[in-house]
Design a protein around this ligand. Sequence first.
Ligand code: HPA
Ligand code: ZN
Length: 347
Amino acid sequence: MASQRLALLDAVCAAPKAELHVHIEGTLEPELAFALARRNGVTLRWRSSAELRAAYAFDSLQSFLDLYYAGCDVLRTEQDFFDLAWAYFQRAASDRVVRAEVFFDPQSHTARGVGFDVFMPGLLRAVARAQQQLGLSAAYILCLLRHLSEDDGIATLQAAQPWAQHFIGLGLDSSERGNPPEKFARLYAQARAQGLRLVAHAGEEGPAAYVRDALDLLGAERIDHGVHAADDPALVRRLAGQGIALTVCPLSNVKLCVFPDMAAHNLPALLHAGVKVMVNSDDPAYFGGYVNANYQALLAAHPELDSADAYRLLRNSLEASFAPAGRIAAWVGKLDAHWRAQGLDAG
Ligand code: HPA
Ligand code: ZN
């Protein structure tokens, strides 16, 4: 039995998959943060990368965000953003990610005087190299900070216009409680008119009503986290019936105390209720691992998840991506071939 479980874990790690919820700023490893601080003459509050890593003990979303925004200060030049994104793409490819849809938070940089003309070229150079050297398809989602005003978000979307063809969608992150979806209805209407795909963080710390409002008031096509939707059975039925994806991040949810431990995580219940969930890493440098570490931690704590469930999670990740339908079909074909070659049940 134990060896069968290990074989399933290996098969999941080696399977083609998409990552749809990862913040590029959340992939800043302490070692890179210190290297960039040295390069840019920035003084950090911590004496070493080990000391910084030891500070990664959080009791809430806000306690994490305070550190995450502080970390952004070392990102100053085009090369810094390239180095950050290229490091992530290499790690993602080694986890067999074939498609990554990556958030970036422009306001975390523009507020420090680092503009689109600095970070976009670096981020885009990394995407081009990921495609060429790793065969990894990647795209960016412009993510706005919900603790700031809607007008600030609208101004940021405006400032992004020269780069509009280089991102596929709009998202909403940062402090959820007290910053409900309705605050951003005008902004999302503008983004929709521009043809952007729409996603929003909702139901991470906030209530199920925020998930419903992200769908109904913002037109979100995919919900980031969304785990509190489980508190509303009618909403769960709607998510399942409409095939609306939740980009769930197991290690993040445990690290930020959304669940007391991995065994208490509700991803299996959502999956078994027919909701299109999959596994993502969110801010892997801060939460203890990249996407495969998330799959491993989830499967280790939930022996009730079988090979058909694992297949469904992987397939959901590919199907919920915003890549062209032909690309998705090709990746699903590769997943099917891999699963068959391992002799595993796909359900
Ligand atoms: N939630 C809200 N804001 C964030 C997150 C998250 O998981 N990661 C980075 N910013
Ligand atoms: Zn997130």
